[in-house]
Ligand binder design. Structure first.
Ligand code: SF4
Ligand code: SF4
Length: 335
């Protein structure tokens, strides 16, 4: 982050705007990944599920997203799903319009289909491809976005890989090393980020890392970042996995990010996971990254996250209503 961006984010927070926005642009995804939080029954608070939510297509989707963005004025927008590439044509139309507003855009996809060629070499655009482990496991978990399909989809691009480390991976010796050896050798891969699987409170699943596995993952990240320059995780960030936030109130990422679901109205809380996530086992790389920034002491005196939280509180005084505006009427946005 540049100093001008930090100052701009701070100014926005004092004025009641959060710097980061994440939008689930569609309820659809061709994959059925085990442990997917977006399709968990509790993701949207336990009433309607993402698959049941009304969503938008065509011009209504493009204009609806622009309306939300123009109202909330984030510095950074994550486009997630479902899978955003289900709405391939809409994303092709939307992304250039977002970039022209000076917003940093990140599109998160399984790369089940080809990434638009028009996105190659675009400044301030990151395409993040989710890959869960080595080919034999990944291809079972994430078909039809298999390794072969991903390699075709990313040809000619410069992508970021995001992989969520599960308990199964940590029980397979050398898994992370082999994963990095394969993907960092690809010219299409610019960097790699790891998260750790984050459960909901009360979950009991094979994906959950034991405390020993979590600690070993952190040790491995610290060693592997020296071996693979594309593993783009500074030691300060990696060490944050050892002391995750204890609650959403303690999480700078949750405090500084709006997440909105596919009807462009429903808020996902307390963070992108929705439901009732177990912050004490959080493994979200974005949360750890912001925690690392938050732990810096400004002028050697005050922690940056204290300033950030105070600024958000001040900004909330100017924000009359926490509810998002009603979703755009498809008829209105088509006019
Ligand atoms: S690709 Fe993402 S949204 Fe789709 S099922 Fe897998 S984890 Fe869920
Ligand atoms: S990102 Fe992690 S720490 Fe933050 S609210 Fe979500 S689960 Fe909790």
């Amino acid at each position: 982050m540049k100093i001008t961006e930090v100052l701009s984010a701070w100014k926005g927070m004092l004025a009641g705007r959060l710097p980061s926005l994440s939008i689930e642009v569609t309820r659809e995804c061709p994959l059925r990944c085990p442990g997917c939080y977006a399709y968990d029954d509790g993701h949207l608070g336990g009433g309607v599920t993402l698959r049941e939510l009304r969503d938008f297509k065509g011009e209504a989707l493009v204009n609806g997203v622009l309306e939300v963005v123009d109202r909330l004025r984030p510095l950074h927008l994550s486009i997630v799903g479902g899978d955003p590439l289900v709405r391939y044509r809409e994303m092709e139309a939307l992304v250039p319009q977002l970039l022209s507003r000076g917003i940093h855009v990140q599109v998160v996809t399984s790369a089940f289909r080809e990434i638009p060629k028009d996105w190659i070499g675009r400044d301030h655009l990151g395409v993040v491809v989710s890959i869960d482990g080595l080919q034999p496991e990944h291809d079972v978990r994430r078909a039809p976005a298999t390794y072969d399909r991903i390699l075709k989809s990313i040809a000619g691009h410069s992508i970021i890989i995001h992989s969520t480390v599960t308990g199964q991976m940590m029980r397979s010796p050398g898994h992370l090393d082999k994963f990095l050896a394969f993907w960092t050798a690809r010219p299409e891969v610019r960097k790699v980020w790891f998260s750790l699987f984050t459960p909901q409170i009360g979950d009991s699943m094979e994906e959950i890392l034991t405390p020993e596995e979590r600690s070993r993952a952190v040790d491995e990240f610290l060693v592997l970042r020296e071996k693979y320059a594309k593993l783009d995780m500074p030691p300060r960030l990696i060490r944050e996995f050892r002391r995750p936030p204890q609650s959403p109130a303690d999480c700078v990422f949750s405090q500084s990010t709006h997440t909105i679901s596919a009807d462009l109205r429903t808020k996902v809380t307390p963070c992108q996971f929705g439901g009732n996530p177990d912050c004490t086992q959080c493994g979200c790389v974005a949360s750890m990254g912001l925690a690392a920034i938050g732990s810096y002491k400004v002028f050697g005196l005050v922690r940056a996250d204290s300033i950030m939280k105070a600024s958000i509180k001040i900004g909330q005084m100017w924000r009359p209503e926490e509810e998002p505006e009603p979703a755009p009427s498809p008829l209105r946005v088509l006019q």
